[in-house]
Design a protein around this ligand. Structure first.
Ligand code: SF4
Length: 367
């Protein structure tokens, strides 16, 4: 079989099987990494497939029609995802985000949502369960996701201008259908809907103010994301980054805004609100204002590899433990050891020296 047909994950990403401590101790729920950061957020990529080909994430030049995606047998089953999630909750995770690829293309996703929504935190409260989607299937699925127990949703939308949006998603998908998905999500009770816009200079930065104008007073929270050097296939250059300070300046020149307090420590987006009461926006500034100091996130890939940073180049193979007959205590101990050894702060270290590092693809690990 030629290298091209071997799924990129298996071709590119080393993932040794993690060590299992000899005398595994029960999780305490208070585990911290080497920088004192608690484990709080688990992001689970439930598929490496997507129905879009966004140029900054899954360019057609790499993810073409004969691209070999992961075979179904190598994906974690719903039962395996739930088993691992329970172990992460025992270590202190309170928030779970489902991602992809595009999570809504995974068959029967509502069943998985229902299984995860049944998990309780040690204090008996439900998990904070959310999902990031490109919105293409949301109008059809919002109600069933809500009924299954999903609490909130984040929708990626990079432009209002149909031509610009179609260029960026590179599959000719219309804006109107994503906007319909956002309204369907709100109507189903998946509120507040967060809308993520990745801003790339010279591509869609002229859409910053039109997007702000459209979502002002809508109840939805629009967030502007600095274009990041995730993976190795999006041709990232610093020149293409529009710093959040410039985004705030452009919006503030039309609609006066001011900063707000964070909702909680480690919140990714900086919150700003319109002085006229028309709601809030968010700025996600991984490039110009890194937030690694408060990073409480861990990522699980669709075939069970654990990554402690979005810009990691190596993960740990938890699936091998799941399918290797290890018990919950042993797997929980292995997870604990991985987090306790964590020292990641890529965005603080980003420089010419990090440019050549092999990093996992956004489409594989889901942002
Ligand atoms: S670069 Fe890594 S450590 Fe820093 S905020 Fe992002 S995921 Fe966390």
């Amino acid at each position: 079989m030629s290298e091209r047909n071997v799924p990129i994950a298996e071709r590119r990403y080393a993932a040794p099987v993690p060590e299992v401590p000899e005398r595994p101790l029960p999780p305490t729920g208070l585990i911290a990494d080497r920088r004192g950061r608690r484990l709080h957020d688990l992001r689970i990529s439930i598929t490496d497939r997507c129905n879009f080909r966004c140029t900054y994430c899954m360019p057609k030049s790499v993810f073409g029609k004969d691209y070999a995606f992961l075979p179904h047998a190598s994906l974690l089953s719903f039962e395996e995802i739930v088993r691992l999630t329970r172990l992460f909750v025992a270590h202190g995770v309170e928030k779970v985000r489902l991602t992809g690829g595009e999570p809504l293309v995974r068959r029967d996703v509502e069943r998985l949502v229902g299984m995860l929504a049944a998990i309780r935190l040690p204090d008996g409260t439900p998990l904070d369960l959310t999902l990031t989607t490109n919105g293409s299937l949301l109008a059809r699925k919002a109600r069933s996701l809500r009924d299954a127990g999903l609490q909130r949703v984040t929708v990626s939308l990079d432009a209002l201008d149909d031509a610009v949006f179609r260029t960026m998603n590179d599959v000719d998908f219309p804006v109107a259908d994503v906007l319909a998905g956002i309204e369907a999500a709100a109507a189903a009770g998946l509120r507040p809907v967060k809308v993520n816009m990745v801003v790339k200079r010279g591509v869609n930065d002229h859409e910053i103010v039109p997007m702000a104008r459209h979502f002002r007073a809508s109840g939805h929270i629009l967030r502007f994301i600095e274009f990041m050097d995730v993976g190795a296939s999006n041709g990232w250059r610093m020149d293409d980054v529009v710093p959040s300070a410039e985004v705030a300046g452009r919006i503030g020149a039309v609609f006066p805004i001011e900063p707000l307090e964070a909702n909680y420590d480690g919140e990714v987006a900086e919150r700003w609100h319109y002085l006229d009461g028309a709601g809030e926006i968010g700025l996600i500034s991984s490039v110009t204002r890194p937030f690694c100091g408060g990073c409480t996130r861990v990522r699980l890939s669709t075939e069970g590899r654990l990554y402690t940073c979005l810009f990691a180049s190596e993960g740990k193979d938890l699936r091998a433990l799941l399918r290797g007959g290890y018990d919950d205590m042993q797997i929980a101990a292995a997870i604990g050891a991985i987090w306790a050894a964590r020292d990641d702060r890529y965005s603080e270290l980003r420089s010419a020296d990090t440019a050549g590092l092999r990093r996992i693809e956004m489409s594989y690990i889901g942002g």
